[in-house]
Design a binder for this molecule. Structure first.
Ligand code: AMP
Length: 409
């Protein structure tokens, strides 16, 4: 296994860019992916956001384009598909930085951008195009984008694309890119939700890469929870955490209504925050994100939908003001902190009805998530105990099945 970027036999211009970006050594997914991708293998990688997956595909793609330079001007040779436009913009940004010392051109095609802007982009020669599936398909149908020159097809956050209903579109795009040489697929999870069948159709004998953050890596996230007696108590706890403990926080809420309510409450308390929610005009969303990124605001309120795939660096605290709907989403949320070797804190503020989800999360992550208290804000209620649902006995199940089959006859 390689330990340094220097061992990868990369072009000096690429190595310089990697160094300029401050990447000292490859992350696990990079160390595993880059050599295999450069040996012309298809890649099937399980790598959640925060593992360095973007560079894991951008670095070999750039190296490939440098190894096999184009002979004449023409359409893009590497296509990167992402589920959301924010992710597309981030991926493009990182790829541009990595390609900064080369002549390679990187463009994005996403929704929320006027056709004219894209028309200019499409008229010029591009090497790498980062696109969202829906918008790209529109251009292909209108014969404004040509996939025949695509040599590498890269799918980022494939599970999210499936979740968002892009499966059929991606299949069609894959057919459009049938002349390609290599396919690289990255997904936070590879199990369930149809990911397996989907990947089988797209990839040829892929190298399987598993870069789930190791338990050791995950341990860098310290998790705990506070119990709240009421909505007011919950708000008081949050205000305390935001003003007394946290440096840079993302606060997760389950709906935009809940987000709007909290926004006003924080506003009244003169706690400055920015926010993102689903179906927000792109410029406003970008604005909110960049204010947070630049550090002019240190609190970002977000719904899960809005936060999908967005890379928000240097987050010290992830706060679950509303518990997520599943343990998997919990892991996604807390993955926003402790990026690339940093330490992070994940705090959940739970009411009685959230306790079963809190317990489920602890079982799922196989970690003990302890309760903590803040002086003067201790809950007065006892921690509720929920009994597990009674399981249907095996014998009963058999009976039911038997009954059904006899009925059919
Ligand atoms: P990603 O998983 O691609 O969203 O990357 C998460 C963050 O890690 C991004 O902010 C990257 O800039 C950063 N990153 C990627 N590769 C490295 C590396 N080898 N060393 C340090 N940071 C990295």
């Amino acid at each position: 296994m390689i330990r340094t970027f220097a061992e990868l036999d990369l072009d000096p211009s690429l190595l310089e860019a990697i160094e300029a970006m401050g990447y000292e050594r490859p992350t696990e997914v990079q160390a595993q992916t880059i050599p295999q991708a450069l040996e012309a293998r298809d890649i099937l990688a399980s790598a959640p956001t925060g593992t360095g997956k973007t560079a894991a595909f951008a670095i070999p793609a750039i190296q490939y384009l440098l190894d096999f330079p184009r002979k004449k001007a023409g359409p893009a040779r590497v296509l990167i598909l992402t589920p959301t436009r924010e992710l597309a913009m981030q991926v493009a940004e990182q790829t541009k930085q990595l390609a900064a010392n080369t002549h390679l051109k990187v463009a994005t095609i996403t929704g929320g951008v006027t056709y004219d802007t894209h028309a200019d982009t499409l008229a010029q020669t591009q090497d790498i195009v980062v696109a969202t599936p829906g918008r790209l398909m529109e251009y292909i149908e209108a014969e404004r984008f040509d996939c025949r020159a695509i040599e590498w097809l890269i799918l980022d956050e494939a599970d999210r694309m499936l979740d968002m209903g892009f499966g059929p579109t991606v299949d069609r795009l894959s057919a459009e890119c049938r002349w390609r040489k290599q396919t690289l697929l990255f997904s936070a999870t590879l199990e369930g939700r149809g990911v397996e069948g989907f990947t089988a159709d797209l990839l040829k004998n892929p190298a399987q890469i598993d870069a789930e953050p190791s338990l050791r890596e995950r341990k860098k996230i310290t998790q705990w929870y506070h119990r709240a007696d009421s909505a007011d108590h919950k708000l008081a706890l949050l205000k305390h955490i935001l003003t007394e403990q946290a440096q840079r926080s993302i606060v997760f809420l389950k709906t935009r209504e809940r987000l709007a309510e909290l926004r006003q409450q924080l506003d009244s308390a003169q706690i400055t925050c920015s926010w993102i929610q689903g179906e927000m005009p792109q410029d406003r969303r970008n604005n909110a994100i960049s204010r947070f990124k630049e550090g002019s605001v240190n609190i970002l309120l977000a719904t899960d939908v809005a936060a999908r795939g967005i890379d928000l660096p240097d987050v010290s605290h992830v706060i679950n003001y509303d518990m997520p709907r599943s343990a998997d989403v919990y892991l996604h949320r807390i993955g926003r902190t402790a990026r690339a070797g940093k330490k992070g804190i994940a705090i959940s503020i739970v009411e009685a009805h959230d306790q079963p989800m809190m317990d489920r999360v602890a079982r799922y992550t196989k970690e003990l998530i302890k309760e903590r208290f803040i002086d003067g804000m201790r809950p007065t209620h006892k921690k509720p105990v929920f009994k597990k649902k009674k399981k249907v006995k095996k014998d009963d199940k058999k009976k039911v099945v038997k009954k059904k089959t006899t009925k059919k006859k």
